[in-house]
Design a protein around this ligand. Sequence first.
Ligand code: OGA
Ligand code: MN
Length: 225
Amino acid sequence: MTVTTACPPPPGGGNFADDGADLRLFEHIARELEDKGYCLYTGGLSEGLEVILSDQIAEIPERDFRPARIGRKVARRKNNSIRRDTISWITGERPAGKAWLDWADALRLYLNRRLFLGLNSFESHYARYGAGDFYRRHYDAFQGESNRILSLVAYLNHDWQPGDGGELLMYPGGGGRAPVAVAPAFGTLAVFLSEEMPHEVLPCRSERLSIAGWFRVRPIEIPLS
Ligand code: OGA
Ligand code: MN
């Protein structure tokens, strides 16, 4: 298995994490989504946002992380044979969360202009996987309610080593081809189309910290009269 720890530099090269960084990164994401339905990027976010987020996740008390659940509404349930991480939703009350939501909103507006995606909201949580935790293969878009359009994951593990496990495996095209394995190393970002990309998190051998988020469109409501 080849694990992606770095992605090729974008056209024009260089690290995005400087002035004008966001727009260049946003454009890179737009192009990669157009070309292949996903984007991997390892250059870090602008103004050290991932450093702020990583400091923040370390400060969140254990009791504020809840077992993650699967499904939505009535079908929502805990199922620890499918998913074992614990999560803490990002509300924007703390500065780090607010900065992340603002950044995601700027990306949302950019992608709407560039790809006409019509994304109108974003939800996101911190996630902590302990040793032995995993998330079996799944889609992020809920069945019968496929309003999650784009998934975004940022990894916050400073000293990730290959033996630590917890790689993200993405199956472009639904699984006929070899999966793309992503190391959950600090500063790596994965973006993919929620309805088209089955993916899983391999079992972790040490703690794994990340942020996952989803851009949504409202489900179409057809007026009755
Ligand atoms: C998820 C998810 C991937 C990851 O939370 O839905 O698939 O690499 N996360 O953390
Ligand atoms: Mn997922």
